[in-house]
Design a binder for this molecule. Structure first.
Ligand SMILES: Nc1ncnc2c1ncn2[C@@H]1O[C@H](COP(=O)(O)OP(=O)(O)O)[C@@H](O)[C@H]1O
Ligand SMILES: O=C(CO)[C@@H](O)[C@H](O)COP(=O)(O)O
Length: 510
């Protein structure tokens, strides 16, 4: 009988699931997409039911594509977009659409949390992180402040992947890496922070049981097993928030190996053996999905998302060219970008289309091109946009180095790493070689590996990563381009500082 492990990643644009064998080989993968709604400026919501339907659909597809026998599947791991809030009533019904990680409505609640906690320093001491609009605790307070009748009915608050777990297993459970992003976890102690819950007057029973990422958190119910074609009782391990899970999938499980993921958001992620905090709270300090380990990360809200916006809103010409040539529009866009020189002849782009987390924690920040002249054309605009997104990633890399964490190897992943041009750009801007790895599936792959460990098929997460993950391609900085970027990078930071006040004013004008 074969040993197969499933990984399910409940992402923002869709759910990606895969099946691997005990050697880490991908047997099949499947995706199902769903919409996101923006009911008001700064709001961002999804329907938990969509995640559930997509998860079931992808499991069924895996069973079909890989011709899985129910008994072959030894474990399931769950990953997902972090920080989202699913509010359940006493009958386990979803009370309203979930508020997502990129929702910016909770500015006042962040201030309330800081004040109730006894100040920013005390909050950092309790939960290792400052209050940021995307995190879960401010969302719970927002519901209490703005929709009190709904809040009164809430009996459980679950994160996106943990809602899917609840539907799979009937258990209210989470794990330490995703729980870290709620702002309610004592990150150092790897348990819910009773003192903070008290200060916020939140009932601890609202929260699910918190496991280590590799621990078994429940098993498939008879009814669900029948619906998806798996065996009842199949274990479901804790899994991980998509960043920690993706880090496992990239083999970021020891000090010195860093990942830079250019997806819709951009994330720079470093493993740490101890709890390391940025005194100014610009980096997140969360539990890793590796037992007894932590991580720090910087999150750029619209990294690849900026290029996606360009493609959708300004890229008609390039999209039509792509159609004629029957290629991916991103290939045409990156080829256009390559026609402009490094530094885009003095044109800069600030990629803050949806505000920014690291390093500015500024929900009012906006996107901008600065430095336009008649010399600049389409190529400069798209190149400067990609440069801006990459400078923003470098901000996080510099903060990580500033904590004394060595950056010996950078592994790039996410949609942006599919492009050789963007990989080279990253190497030139970071001033260090970047590498890709053999497994491109990130979070879903990471949690399938966690399932293999949690069900006893491997001793530890580092052991399985060591067995199955290899670096495959390397891009090294080109001297001339890297020198140009070294000159441009400080100006990127100056531009935000000059415009910060104006962004705040602009946000009152819409
Ligand atoms: N071939 C490509 N070349 C350059 N950038 C790409 C390419 N494909 C995708 N991208 C970038 O990656 C982003 C999507 O990243 P991905 O990791 O696939 O999605 P998500 O983060 O939403 O799960 C796109 O918005 C785009 O910026
Ligand atoms: O907020 C964070 C991490 O802190 C984001 O990384 C979300 O978790 C993004 O989800 P996807 O865009 O990868 O679906």
């Amino acid at each position: 009988m074969a040993n197969v492990f499933l990984g399910i990643d409940v992402g923002t644009s869709g759910t990606k699931s895969l099946a691997i064998d005990a050697k880490g080989k991908i047997l099949a993968s499947a995706t199902a997409t769903y919409p996101i709604s923006y009911p008001k400026p700064g709001w961002s919501e999804q329907e938990p039911e969509d995640w559930w339907q997509a998860s079931k659909a992808t499991i069924r597809q895996l069973v079909k594509k890989a011709k899985l026998k129910a008994a072959d599947v030894k474990g399931i791991g769950l990953s997902g977009q972090m920080h989202g809030s699913v509010f359940l009533d006493r009958k386990d019904m979803v009370l309203r659409p979930a508020l997502l990680w990129n929702d910016q409505r909770t500015g006042e609640e962040c201030a309330e949390i800081e004040s109730r906690a006894g100040g920013r320093a005390e909050l950092l001491r309790l939960v290792a992180n400052p209050a940021l609009t995307g995190f879960t605790a401010p969302k719970i307070l927002w519901l209490r402040n703005h929709e009190p009748k709904v809040f009164d009915k809430v009996r459980k608050v679950l994160l996106p992947k943990d809602y899917v777990r609840f539907r799979l297993t009937g258990e209210y459970a989470t794990e330490v890496s995703d729980a870290s992003g709620t702002l309610l976890l004592d990150v150092a102690g790897r348990q819910w922070s009773r003192p903070l819950l008290e200060k916020l007057e939140l009932d601890p029973d609202l929260l699910p049981t918190c496991y280590e990422s590799e621990e078994i958190s429940g098993s498939l119910t008879v009814q669900v097993a029948k619906e998806v074609g798996l065996a009842p009782g199949t274990p479901v391990v804790g899994g991980g928030g998509d960043q920690a899970a993706g880090a496992v999938g990239n083999g970021i499980v020891s000090r010195g190996v860093i990942s830079a993921t250019m997806g819709t958001s951009g994330v720079v992620f470093a493993h740490s053996d101890t709890v390391e905090t940025d005194p100014e709270g610009r980096l997140h300090t969360f539990c890793h999905a590796v037992r007894g380990k932590w991580h720090v990360m910087g999150v750029i809200l619209s990294a690849g998302g900026s290029l996606q916006w360009y493609r959708n809103e300004l890229g008609d010409y390039s999209v039509s060219r792509a159609k004629r040539k029957k290629v991916d529009p991103y290939q045409i866009l990156t080829a256009e970008a390559a026609e402009a020189p490094p530094g885009s002849e003095g044109l800069f782009f600030l990629p803050y289309l949806t505000g920014e987390r690291t390093p500015h924690a500024d929900p009012h920040a906006r996107g901008a091109w600065i430095g336009l002249t008649p010399r600049h054309g389409r190529a400069h605009m798209v190149r400067s946009l990609m440069e801006g997104a990459t400078y923003a990633m470098k901000d996080s890399l510099e903060l990580i180095k500033g904590l004394g964490i060595p950056v010996e190897e950078i592994r790039v992943s996410g949609g942006g790493a599919r492009s050789p041009f963007w990989r080279q750009l990253q190497a030139d801007i970071y001033g260090q070689p970047v590498r890709t790895i053999n497994a491109e599936e990130g979070p879903a792959y990471g949690v399938a590996l966690l399932a293999a460990v949690g069900t006893g098929h491997f001793k530890s997460v580092p052991e399985i990563c060591d067995r199955v993950i290899r670096t495959v391609r390397k891009s090294s900085p080109k001297k001339k381009a890297a020198a140009m970027y070294e000159k441009c990078y400080p100006e990127f930071g100056n531009l935000y500082r000059s415009l910060k006040g104006d962004f705040a004013t602009i946000s009152t004008l819409t």
